[in-house]
Design a protein around this ligand. Structure first.
Ligand code: BT5
Length: 265
């Protein structure tokens, strides 16, 4: 019990460092973690010059157009539950965008938040080794205005300004994000917490079940229908070959008519 309270406290009073410009808030938090930073250390930057997505993809992060945020976590949960940290971040951001900006978002497995089907937020959780043990840097990028992403992403990306029709208040969204992160992260450490997180995530994601999708992971492409989430966060996909558990990859929605539940090479 005391342990859970202690976790809540570390995140309820996070240490926030603010940067005008940084290569990547995730990389900077990782650097400080290796130097011994404690759980709850967070960085917010006005711009990132080398913002990253998964697989070293670029995350467009121009000055003043987005919320670029990373936090250090030192979870005390079973290793097979660590993928749920991305779920914790998604739930927290889903809360923060609703509470802080009135924007309702859908969660797309594993790490995107969508508004009206456009990507409004990306999450990058990275495990790192530090002298104090294995840790996680969770990075969250939220598009505040349409200037956050290049023109060629206009059809697939969106922003808080576009969705709310108002000028977004970064500090209001950040405050809501910090308190939501503390709540969901604390829950992750409670008995039954993982199951509650998966249930909450499922209830907020149109991708969790009965969605026709294509999953791309390197050269492998699978098509099928989503059939729920495993207790460790894996996506259950029904294909012509049966249920497959997806632990990595990019999911795109496809029209039901074009799905024939087949597996392609
Ligand atoms: C992500 O990767 O969506 C994770 C993005 C995490 C960014 C945060 S910002 C704070 C912290 N510090 C970092 O360096 N990173 C984290 P992924 O699912 O791989 O999606 C990357 C793809 O999203 C790119 O290949 C583009 O197609 C697209 N993209 C890039 N910038 C975007 C933006 N601002 N808005 C929407 N889509 C974008």
């Amino acid at each position: 019990m005391c342990l859970f309270v202690a976790y809540n406290r570390a995140l309820m009073k996070p240490r926030i460092l603010r940067y005008e410009s940084v290569a990547s808030t995730n990389s900077e938090v990782a650097r400080l973690a290796v130097e011994g930073a404690e759980e709850g250390l967070a960085i917010v930057a006005d711009e990132q010059t080398a913002g990253r997505g998964r697989l070293q993809r670029a995350w467009s992060s121009p000055k003043g157009a987005g919320l670029y945020f990373s936090m250090l976590l030192r979870p005390r949960i079973a290793p097979d539950r660590w993928p749920l940290i991305t779920f914790v971040a998604a739930l927290a951001t889903n809360d923060a965008l609703l509470e802080g900006a009135g924007v309702l978002t859908d969660i797309k497995w594993p790490n995107d938040l969508l508004a009206n089907e456009g990507k409004i937020c990306g999450i990058l959780a990275e495990a790192i080794e530090t002298p104090a043990g294995r840790a996680v840097v969770v990075g969250i990028g939220i598009n505040l205005t349409n200037n956050a992403f290049p023109q060629d992403l206009l059809g697939v990306a969106t922003s808080v300004a576009r969705e709310s029709g108002r000028q977004p208040e970064r500090e209001t969204i950040l405050a809501a994000l910090l308190s939501a992160l503390a709540r969901w992260y604390s829950l992750l450490h409670e008995p039954e917490g993982a199951a509650k997180i998966v249930a909450a995530w499922t209830s907020r994601s149109s991708y969790a079940s009965d969605k026709s999708v294509r999953v791309t992971n390197g050269d492998e492409v699978l098509q099928g229908i989503t059939r729920g989430i495993e207790s460790d966060g894996a996506l259950r996909l029904e294909t012509a070959q049966g249920i497959q558990l997806i632990r990595a990859g990019d999911v795109t929605s496809v029209r039901p008519a074009s799905v024939n539940a087949s597996q392609c090479a």
